[in-house]
Design a protein around this ligand. Structure first.
Ligand code: DC
Length: 229
């Protein structure tokens, strides 16, 4: 029995793709690659080096020399994976508001995308991978055996993101943004990311508004089984 070796999961911010991708990879014993974390790590490095994030050629040079690594988590602090850049652990730093606000601009540069896509394609070469992002099924792994595209309404995605922040930051944390602010951020990011966000023509589209994580996982798993030879 051989299941689909490359599984692409795409969808907008807050659609649940990271949670589901990680759970699915764990269930199948596959490698989990969150490509958003790669764009975030590059963005963190660009900000750390005080670069102008509008400068495509400079970011291209940075992407070429940046040693970004995403590996299985070595610390049990709720992380899905460990992200390092030049050996420094930046797993939580890439979730900061500064990185979140800048990452769409950095990832919109075509030169940056070309480099990242090549690295991502390489990471999936030997199979046994669940890769999540925006353009995985349509571009990076256009020959993936299974492509999933997750959707959810803006309101539902904002609610999920807010709950996640509440859990991570604590309900009484004065730095906790309002749900309206979270929704506004997602809306802004959607508009910049939209260009790279088309589902592949052969993707299975799953509308997740009224489904729990377990239910979506079951639906995806049925597709995995139906494509197992
Ligand atoms: O999934 P995320 O929010 O961590 O992704 C961060 C940003 O990276 C997102 O705003 C869009 C960009 N991205 C992309 O352009 N292509 C991908 N394959 C993954 C992420």
């Amino acid at each position: 029995m051989r299941g689909p070796q490359r599984i692409a999961i795409d969808g907008p911010a807050g659609s649940g793709k990271s949670t589901l991708g990680e759970r699915l990879a764990r269930r199948l014993g596959y490698l989990y690659v969150d490509t958003g974390a790669m764009y975030r790590a590059l963005t963190w490095l660009a900000l750390h080096e005080g670069m102008d994030i509008e400068e495509g050629p400079a970011l291209e040079a940075l992407a070429l020399r940046a040693e970004i690594s995403i590996s299985r988590p070595q610390i049990a602090d709720g992380r899905q994976y460990t992200v390092t850049v030049h050996g420094r652990d930046i797993t939580w730093d890439i979730r900061s508001a500064a990185v979140t606000n800048a990452v769409s601009t950095v990832s919109a540069h075509p030169q940056v995308r070309t480099i990242m896509r090549k690295q991502q394609h390489e990471m999936a070469r030997s199979g046994g991978v669940v890769m999540v992002g925006r353009d995985i099924g349509a571009v990076v792994l256009s020959d993936a055996e299974l492509k999933i595209y997750l959707t959810a309404s803006l309101e539902e995605r904002a609610r999920r993101r807010y709950t996640e922040l509440e859990e991570r930051m604590g309900v009484h944390n004065p730095a906790l943004p309002s749900i309206e602010a979270v929704m506004h951020d997602i809306e802004l990011r959607d508009s910049v990311d939209r260009e790279h966000m088309q589902p592949a023509r052969d993707a299975v589209i799953i509308e997740t508004d009224h489904l729990s994580v377990e239910q979506v996982l079951d639906v995806i798993y049925q597709y995995v089984e139906s494509r197992t030879l």
